[in-house]
Design a protein around this ligand. Structure first.
Ligand SMILES: Nc1ncnc2c1ncn2[C@@H]1O[C@H](COP(=O)(O)OP(=O)(O)OP(=O)(O)O)[C@@H](O)[C@H]1O
Length: 337
C-alpha cells in the first residue's frame, strides 16, 4: 500500500516573494488527492518540495517516518526511491523511443536483466494504453501519448507515492478523461498514494478522494472531496464555476473596488463567463471493469466516518448521502466489497 505524506507548517519563499505559508495537510496512504489553485499559486513548487527538489524554509514533510526537511542526503536519496513523478511535459528523452524511455529508470537504478526489463516495460505500456507504440520517438506522438508514456516511466520502479503535475495540460476534454481513468486504474492496481496538481474542473470533480486548494499564499482547505465540492467559500465557488466574478482575477488577486465594479457590470446584465448549474457533487470515477477494486475506497470510508463530526454541515450531508446510496447498492448486490 502507498505511504502517507504528512506536511506541517510548510512555508516557501523565493527571495522576498513568499509563495505559500504554513501549509499543513496529510495525503492519506493509498488515496488519490488533488491540489487545485489558480495559476501561479505555487502548486508545482509544492510538488517539487515534496520530493526535496526545492527546500522550503520552514515546516516538516514526514514520509515513512523521515522528515525530509532535516534528513541526511543519503536518507533523502532512499526516500526519493518511493516516488514516481510525472512532470507537466512528460520529460521524455527526445532521442530515445518510448520503450527505451520507459526502460531508462530500470536500466539506471536496478540490475534487472533485459528480459525482466522488457516484461515490466510492456506491462506499464499496456497499463497506459501504449502497447504497439514502443518504437515511436516522443516527437512522433501526440501530447496525450507523451503524457501517458511519462506516466508509464513514472511507474516502472513500483512507486508508493505518485506525483502528477497537470496531467491534463494541453489535452482535449476526452483525452483528459482517458488520463483521469488511467490514474484511477493505476491506484486500483498498485494502491499507491497519488497527488495530482491540476486546474481542470472535471478532473477535480470526478477523480480525487481528497481535494485541497491554494490561494493567496495559503492552503484554503484540504479534506475529503465533499468538503471542497460543497463549499460556500467564494474563491472555491468561483474556481469550480470558472466565472470572472469573485476573488480570482487575471493576476490572481483582486481588490474590493475591482470586485464591486465587476459585480455592478453583472448586475447590469453582463455575462461573467464560466458554466452555471455545476453545483454539487458528481459521482467519483471507478476503476475500469476488470481491474481490481480500489482498496482506497473502503479505507477512506472508515477514515471519513471517524472525522465526519469535524466536517462542515453540507459536506457531512453529502457524505452521509453517499454512504446511504452505497449501502443500498450493496444490499441490491450492485457493489461487491
Ligand atoms: N526556481 C524558482 N525560482 C524563483 N521563483 C520561482 C521558481 N519556481 C517557481 N517560482 C515562482 O513561484 C511561483 C509559483 O510557481 P508555480 O509554477 O509553482 O505555480 P503553479 O501554481 O504551479 O502555476 P501553474 O498552474 O500556472 O502551473 C511563480 O511566481 C513562479 O515564478
Amino acid at each position: 500500500m502507498g505511504i502517507e505524506v504528512a506536511v506541517e507548517g510548510l512555508t516557501k519563499s523565493f527571495g522576498s516573494q513568499q509563495i505559500w505559508r504554513d501549509v499543513t495537510m496529510t495525503l492519506p496512504a493509498g488515496e488519490v488527492s488533488a491540489l487545485l489553485g489558480p495559476s501561479g499559486t505555487g502548486k508545482s513548487v509544492f510538488l517539487k518540495s515534496l520530493i526535496g527538489l526545492l527546500r522550503p524554509e520552514q515546516g516538516s514533510i514526514v514520509i515513512d517516518g523521515v522528515d525530509i526537511m532535516t534528513c541526511s542526503a543519503k536518507e533523502l536519496y532512499e526516500i526519493r526511491k518511493l516516488f514516481g513523478v510525472l512532470f507537466q511535459d512528460g520529460a521524455l528523452f527526445g532521442s530515445m523511443n518510448l520503450y527505451d524511455n520507459v526502460a531508462f529508470p530500470l536500466r539506471e537504478h536496478t540490475r534487472k536483466s533485459e528480459s525482466e526489463v522488457r516484461k515490466i516495460v510492456m506491462e506499464k505500456l499496456e497499463l497506459v494504453g501504449l502497447l504497439g507504440a514502443e518504437d515511436k520517438l516522443p516527437g512522433e506522438i501526440s501530447g496525450g501519448m507523451r503524457k501517458r508514456a511519462g506516466l508509464a516511466r513514472a511507474l516502472v520502479l513500483e512507486p508508493q507515492i505518485i506525483l502528477v503535475d497537470e496531467p491534463d495540460s494541453g489535452l482535449d476534454p476526452v483525452r483528459t478523461t482517458y488520463i483521469s481513468q488511467t490514474l484511477i486504474d493505476i491506484n486500483a492496481e498498485i494502491d499507491a498514494t497519488i497527488l495530482i496538481v491540476s486546474h481542470n474542473i472535471n478532473l477535480a470533480r470526478t477523480v480525487p478522494d481528497n481535494i485541497g486548494m491554494l490561494f493567496r499564499r495559503e492552503l484554503v482547505m484540504f479534506g475529503p472531496r465533499e468538503v471542497l465540492l460543497t463549499s460556500d467559500e467564494p474563491v472555491v465557488k468561483q474556481f469550480l464555476g470558472g466565472a470572472m466574478i469573485g476573488p480570482i482575477g487575471m493576476s490572481e488577486e483582486k481588490d474590493e473596488a475591482q470586485m464591486a465594479h465587476e459585480q455592478a457590470l453583472v448586475d447590469a446584465g453582463h455575462h461573467a463567463g464560466g458554466v452555471d448549474g455545476l453545483d454539487g457533487i458528481v459521482p467519483q470515477m471507478r476503476a475500469t471493469p476488470g481491474m481490481p477494486e480500489r482498496r482506497a475506497v473502503g479505507r477512506r470510508r472508515s477514515r471519513v466516518r471517524q472525522i465526519l463530526h469535524t466536517l462542515p454541515v453540507q459536506a457531512r450531508a453529502a457524505i452521509i448521502n453517499d454512504l446511504e446510496c452505497e449501502s443500498a447498492a450493496i444490499e441490491f448486490g450492485a457493489i461487491v466489497l
